[in-house]
Design a protein around this ligand. Structure first.
Ligand SMILES: C[S@@+](CC[C@H](N)C(=O)[O-])C[C@H]1O[C@@H](n2cnc3c(N)ncnc32)[C@H](O)[C@@H]1O
Length: 469
């Protein structure tokens, strides 16, 4: 039964932009926003197709076995991956919507890459065209935070769950944990220490997910204009002031048809997720601290002004972060001339609100990046959040199936659909399970009590107490 009055304001956000000629969003009492058919739809119709996620990560064990662009995986074989990071890309050829024609400055710490492998120059070019070479640099800086050996977390200044002195992760306690971090970051000295935080693989991988989201938010905030300006500076062209068209160009900065406001307005499962896995709070806060320490605005600002006053070494480069990193990171990381526009104020994106916002929406909305074709043996290689498809609710007898081709997600009807009918996918492989098994699976894996029409009908028939209409 669809309702329109029982939802909070945040839940309503994003509704305006989500309807398409085939889909409209309705709000249900027990399951929130959900796609419905705007008219009759034949079986086999692609009702939504989204070409790229807003944020995603590939888990470290798969990083050098999966193409970073098309997500091709060949059972662990690597011979099809012929390009790494920006290797083989000339300075001029990395242009695109990301405006990525920035020089490889030769200063990046040897051995630390951005962690991106590609099938070939096409995949590499597509990635660079969308994300820009600057994003590669940011990923490289973050990779320096990846702990190479098991270390002692206690002494690195990063948050520990024990610091909270509470085992129960109530709303108040989670807020208090973040507030403790907010207090600490009022001291620039403390934030400088966070540059030395070393993250474990999981923490680094989730920090990469956040970083991609923040880069996208930054791109929206600054519009294409700065990227274009950086490209012009690099190419030695006259800078054309296009500030009058910034608003127009802003509207085209989207990733998978979505903007930050769509991403951040997705449903949050923060508390239920943290209660199931309390150590995640430590992982998330440490990831935040490492990002903050490495990308802090004040550090970038100081460095960019250095460049402007010519106090760098004359190679026209501005220091980004890591100038005084720990001893095994002796070389400072630099960004190239022209990056000023692209990076300007990137550090201001690294706020508790933004980072917590990105973590909050991941558990309820992320799609697993599975090896295809999907079998029982398929590997889970990472996860991705696509805001538009996140409005599909789950049904234990779904009428829509999800198909991944590369990083594009397509949604196809599996039977004829009546106008007004709810359109649902299946979140897991639960169709063959009993009512009790399905309920347990969805509660434990997805943190909700399934109230799809099949579960509700079966619960009534079997007098199953767990579900009420
Ligand atoms: C990916 S979101 C789907 C969109 C969501 N309804 C919203 O308003 O943003 C997944 C969440 O939707 C709700 N949901 C989806 N399918 C459901 C179902 N069959 N029964 C109850 N809740 C459901 C759950 O709260 C779940 O965590």
């Amino acid at each position: 039964m669809a309702a329109t009055c029982s939802v909070s304001e945040p839940l309503k956000n994003g509704l305006d932009d989500t309807s398409t000629p085939l889909l409209r969003v309705e709000i249900h009492d027990h399951s929130g926003r959900s796609y419905h058919a705007a008219r009759t739809i034949p079986a086999g119709t692609t009702i939504l197709e989204v070409d790229t996620p807003y944020a995603y990560t590939i888990w470290k064990p798969f990083r050098n076995e999966v193409c970073a662009e098309c997500w091709r995986y060949d059972g662990g074989r690597r011979s099809f991956l012929t390009r790494k990071d920006d290797e083989g890309v000339s300075e001029e050829s990395a242009e695109g919507s990301g405006g990525g024609a920035l020089p490889s400055n030769g200063q990046d710490r040897p051995g630390v890459g951005a962690g991106l492998w590609f099938c070939d120059a096409n995949c590499q070019g597509r990635w660079l065209g969308r994300e820009g070479r600057e994003t590669m640099r940011l990923l490289r800086v973050l990779e320096e935070a990846r702990r190479q050996k098991e270390g002692d977390k206690d002494k690195d200044g990063g948050f520990r769950l024990e610091d909270l002195g509470q085992t129960e992760l109530s709303r108040e306690n989670v807020d208090r944990a973040w507030e403790m971090v907010a207090q600490k970051e009022r001291s620039p000295k403390e934030v400088r220490k966070w540059r030395n935080i070393q993250l474990d693989h999981f923490e680094t991988d989730v920090a990469r997910y956040v970083l991609i989201a923040l880069v996208h938010r930054h791109r929206e905030a600054h519009g294409e204009m700065d990227w274009e300006r950086g490209r012009q500076m690099q190419a030695g062209e006259d800078i054309i002031d296009r500030s009058s068209v910034q608003e127009d160009t802003n509207t085209i900065v989207q990733f998978g048809g979505a903007r930050w406001k769509d991403f951040a307005a997705l449903q949050s499962n923060e508390l239920r997720h943290l209660n199931a896995y309390p150590e995640l709070l430590e992982n998330q806060i440490r990831a935040y601290q490492a990002l903050k320490g490495r990308f802090s605005s004040s550090h970038i600002r100081a460095s960019t002004s250095e460049r402007r006053t010519g106090s760098t070494d004359g190679r026209g480069e501005a220091q980004l972060a890591g100038g005084d990193q720990q001893s095994h990171n002796p070389q400072p990381l630099h960004i190239g001339q022209g990056d000023i526009g692209a990076f300007r104020d990137f550090g201001s994106m690294v706020t508790i609100d933004n980072v917590r916002g990105a973590f909050r929406v991941d558990p309820g909305n992320s799609f697993g990046i599975w090896e295809t074709p999907m079998t029982d043996e398929s590997e889970l290689m990472g996860f991705a959040v696509y805001p538009k498809p996140s409005f599909f609710n789950h049904h234990c007898s779904p009428n829509v199936t999800k198909i991944r081709k590369g990083r594009t997600l397509g949604f196809v009807t599996t039977r004829p659909i009546e106008a007004g009918e709810e359109l649902c996918i299946s979140y897991g492989h639960v169709e063959m399970m009993s009512l009790q098994e399905r309920q347990r699976e969805l509660r434990e894996g997805w943190f909700f009590d399934c109230r799809c029409s099949r579960c509700v009908a079966e619960a009534e028939t079997h007098n199953f107490k767990g579900l009420q209409k």
